[in-house]
Write a protein that binds this ligand. Structure first.
Ligand code: SF4
Length: 608
């Protein structure tokens, strides 16, 4: 296949990358819509999901990155025998660089030794491109963008292993289930829950992780053709949402939106279970290219002929009337008056800082006065328009990475609030209590939503670290976040971890759970159909199903579930998995310029 035979290949790759970064696939949208419907209104998880839903819509409207962490681009290519893979790889790399230039991907590839950002998402190992040959003329390319926060929560187990509170995980499917449960419990909200897990049983350490990630190319609503693995998937989905980890680890009904399990042969001496955790910003799409032009013949996972239905009205943050308004710089008294669970709306100056800034501040004075300041753990997508900078995506990054530095930096420079996601540890909590500072959990992945709260970019310091790592000086307005660590020594993260741990330990000890025969029987735990009115039932994420029932019954919990399931199976058979809700036409997309509503309690309207 000579390059000139595929003149449209580069444009097709660019289109695939941009769409993957900005548009969630329909099966993930459907799962997030269900999550939003399941969580009771007014809860922390529900408020977080409201932001996530609006963010998903904003990303499509603005053709902006769903999350500022645009992730490790991983391409799976199936090409005809004789196709020029060297040329295709080069075209893919050029398309990645172009998407980065256009601000659709954040420059995300850094030299592992010097930390220098290549600036174009190219470098050794970036992007990842896997080729397979097949005996067809066309080319199929699938892409997944998986961010660092969730990548860091991946886990690999070598069985048999003693797991805290779960006991021994043997080389059985029950042992596998224990490992998956442990991985999800351990991830808490750090991987931007609700997430999905891809799992590989077996292989070696390398192929296990690769195959686990490959499972994430399956749609959330497919059914594993291997009944043994289908049973593992179903039993995890029936169990895991009882942990009540919830969105962002705030506590709640939905912790996982999918579990996909594969198996590889292994050496007799090894038995690995590899778990690849993906966040709610589960970005994967694919294309089938025309064999002679390289133009897109068909999309995988999405159907462009069906308009996307917005998840939610763009009414801004859903207020309950209990929110606390904060204006930076903050006083000690203002900070000490807050407690875990308070929802705040921040206005005024905010500085960004992540790994490089924290490391720098341990050895150097800050470039700005940080007394009373709000420090935002964020590596934004920044685009230069002439001399001015524009932030196009600005969600929080995982804060725990800064744990070795944060307490010291708070004490030294007088920071009063740290904004990030996933919470921090004991050292930071102690410093906050001593000095009078708080940790505010913003909603991970809500990059478009938070970019909208930035009124202007006032400046930038330490730009030599690259745009994600620089210290940006921002003016924000009504930036919502939740106090999850306060100045009195309280931590919501610690509480949820302990509570979910107690649930998971209790479940493992329960007489209802038989963990030794290779087939798990759970007691029937009905999902409380909160908000059920008349005959209309709220949809439920798989939870509390009676797994002693026959497999067919397991997958048919409700009329709504059956309808959705059967439609998904039909559409999957047709090569796509478009959710029914996204198939309906839309006549009322709101303007992306609609500002956040500043009035009292905005009524939530979930589009179904
Ligand atoms: S949603 Fe969270 S875990 Fe996912 S890429 Fe964004 S910041 Fe990372």
């Amino acid at each position: 296949m000579a390059p000139t035979m595929l003149p449209a290949f580069f444009d097709s790759m660019l289109d695939l990358i941009v769409k993957t970064s900005t548009e969630l696939p329909p099966d993930v949208r459907a799962a997030m819509r269900t999550s939003l419907a399941v969580e009771p209104e007014g809860t922390r998880s529900s408020q977080a999901l409201t932001i996530i839903a609006q963010n998903i819509d904003l990303a499509v409207d603005n053709e902006g990155a769903i999350c500022q962490d645009t992730g490790m681009p991983t391409f799976e290519v199936k090409a005809p025998v004789g196709a020029n893979q060297i040329w295709m790889r080069q075209q893919i790399r050029e398309a990645i660089a172009e998407a980065t230039r256009r601000g659709k991907l954040r420059p995300n590839s850094v030299d592992s030794i010097t930390g220098t950002n290549s600036g174009d998402n190219l470098g050794p190992g970036t992007p990842i491109v896997h080729f397979d040959q097949w005996e067809r003329d066309d080319v199929e390319i699938r892409l997944i963008l998986k961010g660092g926060g969730c990548e860091n929560t991946n886990a690999q187990y070598a069985l048999p292993i003693e797991l805290p509170h779960l006991g021994r995980a043997d080389r059985t499917l029950d042992g596998v289930k224990k490992c998956i449960l442990h991985a999800v419990w351990q991830a808490q909200g750090k991987g931007c829950a609700p997430g999905a897990v891809g799992v590989c049983i077996g292989g070696d350490r390398t192929s296990g992780y690769t195959h686990a990630k490959e499972q994430l190319f399956r749609t959330l609503d497919d059914v594993n053709p291997d009944p043994r693995l289908a049973e593992v998937e179903a039993s995890i989905m029936a169990t895991v949402n009882d942990l009540d980890i919830g969105t962002m680890g705030f506590g709640g009904k939905v912790t996982l939106i999918g579990c996909k399990v594969g198996a590889l042969n292994r050496l007799p001496a090894s038995f690995f279970v590899s778990v690849a955790y993906d966040c709610w910003a589960f970005r994967r799409l694919g294309v089938v290219l025309n064999a002679s032009t390289g133009a897109i013949d068909r999309w995988l996972y999405r159907d462009p002929s069906h308009p996307i239905i917005p998840m939610l009205d763009q009414s801004g943050f859903t207020r309950t009337g209990r929110e606390v308004t904060l204006r930076a710089p903050l006083s000690e008294a203002a900070v000490r008056s807050l407690k875990v669970g308070d929802v705040v709306l921040i206005s005024g100056r905010m500085f960004t800082g992540r790994d490089a800034v924290h490391s720098h501040l341990m050895k150097h004075e800050p470039p700005v006065d940080l007394r009373g300041s709000v420090l935002y753990h964020c590596g934004p997508v920044a685009v230069k328009d002439g001399d001015a900078w524009r932030i196009t995506a600005a969600g929080p990054t995982t804060s725990i990475r800064e744990e070795p530095y944060q307490g010291e930096i708070i004490r030294r420079y007088g920071i009063r609030a740290v904004v990030g996601k996933g919470g921090m540890g004991a050292k930071t909590l102690a410093a906050m209590q001593e000095f009078g500072a708080i940790y505010l959990n913003a909603i991970g992945g809500a990059a478009q939503f938070y970019a909208r709260a930035i009124r202007q970019v006032d400046g930038v310091s330490l730009l030599e670290f690259g745009t994600p790592e620089a210290m940006w000086h921002l003016t924000v307005e009504d930036f919502p976040a939740i106090v999850t660590m306060d100045a009195h020594g309280n931590s919501l993260h610690k509480d949820i971890e302990q509570q979910s741990g107690a649930r998971y330990w209790k479940r493992s000890a329960s007489e209802n759970v038989k963990m030794s025969s290779g087939f798990v029987i759970y007691g029937f735990v009905a999902l409380p159909e909160r908000g059920t009115q008349g005959t209309q039932q709220k949809p439920s994420i798989a939870r509390g199903r009676n797994l002693s029932a026959p497999a067919a019954d397991i997958r048919a919990p409700s009329r709504r579930g059956r309808d959705r399931s059967s439609r998904c199976r039909r559409s999957t058979a047709a090569g796509t998995a478009t959710a029914p809700a996204d198939r309906r036409s839309s006549d009322s997309r709101r303007s992306s310029s609609t500002p956040p509503r500043a009035g009292p309690s905005a009524r939530r309207r979930v589009r179904r």
